[in-house]
Write a protein that binds this ligand. Structure first.
Ligand SMILES: *Cc1c(COP(=O)(O)O)cnc(C)c1O
Length: 404
């Protein structure tokens, strides 16, 4: 029966843990979206750093279609060709020897944290259980990952929080020195904090973390769920720093819009996950793996990665021009196509007020915390879409400033 869902249906039928914008997009192509009324939008949000090749990229659509006609799912009682191809491709392109596949970033991090704990337990003893992470960090919504994440509001009110978790200050090595010891099993860090406000780690910080982890025989875990998969202009952000982790997690852009995640690690660490120690019904699902493989092989090419850097400059130029006229930002920062514009002091806490105005002007953006306007577009967004999207964003900013 013909029934057209409305935004009111969200309030009627959905658990109220989100507050989506008023419009409902129904179709996407590249970096453009159309809503139920046929209004067109330019997408600077990219599904929160997920739609790495835009909407309905022909290579991904083909990979999905071809796999859809062959085989969708088997469970881990059997393996499948796309999962093996994806694991091989990830291993060959990174520091890692082994991959664990799952369906989301939170799950990838849950696996990383459990692996680190199990590694420390099996190789050093049960006392080595402390995990150090950073205030304002975000690692997912499972109970372990929200507890390791540095935003207490996400873990409070759910009962006893898992123990052995310590929080230091991002980009402050002294704060890590105070906490790290021989009972530290791992340090988990985003090479560029995403939800925390688009804050790249300094070179010295990651180098210092590597040294501290080595000195205390602790594992260095990079959460590259948001920062990775081509978005920094290299396949992963760690490749820009040249500081190698022991474990790395990926999701978001990895599937280009299909739910998939991966945890990468070395042979020596991987081997503590013996048969039955960890698992997931959907992990390594054939459809998800086929799409991720196509995304990975398309993204990790000089054309796409060099294009990310070119587009980064273009975003900066336009944001700089908007700012020189309206003075709304105090800093534009980020790497590649993960860009944050921090609001000027007089607009403190008001980044989210720009979003509905931007929608009205026909451009979709994001925030990262209360003070940062965030952009995480497709890695192959056409330059004319950047120019047109920025013209629309400028109109939204003008209205924001007028009404502020
Ligand atoms: C989004 C995000 C996650 C969680 O990923 P989900 O797929 O939502 O579980 C974890 N870490 C970082 C850095 C993220 O940005």
């Amino acid at each position: 029966m013909a029934y057209t869902p409305t935004r009111e249906d969200f309030d009627r039928y959905m658990v109220p843990n989100y507050a989506p914008q008023k419009v409902i997009p129904v179709r996407g192509e590249g970096s453009r979206l159309w809503d139920q009324e046929g209004r067109e939008y330019i997408d600077f949000a990219g599904g929160i750093a997920v739609n790495s090749l835009g909407h309905c990229h022909p290579v991904l659509v083909n990979a999905l279609r071809e796999q859809a006609d062959k085989l969708w799912h088997l469970s881990n009682v059997y393996t499948n060709e796309p999962a093996l191809q994806l694991a091989k491709s990830l291993v060959e392109r990174t520091f890692a020897d082994k991959a664990y596949l799952c369906s989301s970033g939170g799950e990838a991090n849950e696996a990383a944290l459990k692996l680190a704990r199990r590694w420390a337990h099996d190789t050093h003893g049960a006392h080595k259980d402390k995990i150090i992470s950073f205030r304002q960090s975000f690692h997912g919504r499972t109970f372990f990952t929200v507890s390791v994440g540095g935003q207490p509001k996400y873990s409070q009110g759910f009962g006893p929080v898992p123990g052995g978790i310590l929080h230091a200050e991002f980009n402050n090595l002294d704060s890590v020195r105070e906490l790290i010891g021989d009972d530290t099993c791992a340090v988990m860090v985003e090479p560029m904090q995403g939800e925390g406000g688009i804050l790249p780690a300094t070179q010295e910080f990651l180098e210092g973390l590597r040294e501290l982890c080595d000195a205390h025989d602790a594992l260095l875990i990079y959460d590259e769920v948001q920062s990775g998969m081509g978005r920094p202009g290299t396949l992963f952000a760690y490749m820009r720093y040249g500081v190698i982790p022991d474990i790395l997690t990926s999701a978001k852009s990895l599937g280009g819009g299909f739910p998939v995640g991966a945890m990468l690690t070395t042979e020596a660490i991987a081997k503590v996950f013996t048969i039955g120690t960890h698992g997931s019904t959907y992990g390594g699902n054939a459809l998800a793996s086929a799409v991720a493989l196509a995304a990975l092989e398309t993204i990790d090419t000089p054309e796409v990665l060099e294009g990310v850097q070119r587009r980064h400059e273009l975003f900066r130029e336009h944001l700089g021009a908007i700012n020189s006229q309206y003075g709304v930002f105090q800093e534009v920062r980020g790497m590649g196509l993960l860009i944050g514009a921090q609001m000027a002091p007089q607009y403190e806490g008001r980044a989210k007020d720009i979003l509905p105005l931007a929608i009205e002007e026909g451009v979709m953006a994001l925030v990262a915390g209360p003070n940062v306007l965030r952009m995480a577009p497709s890695l192959v967004i056409p330059e004319e879409d950047i120019v047109e999207g920025m013209a629309r964003l400028e109109r939204a900013v003008a209205r924001f400033v007028e009404n502020a």
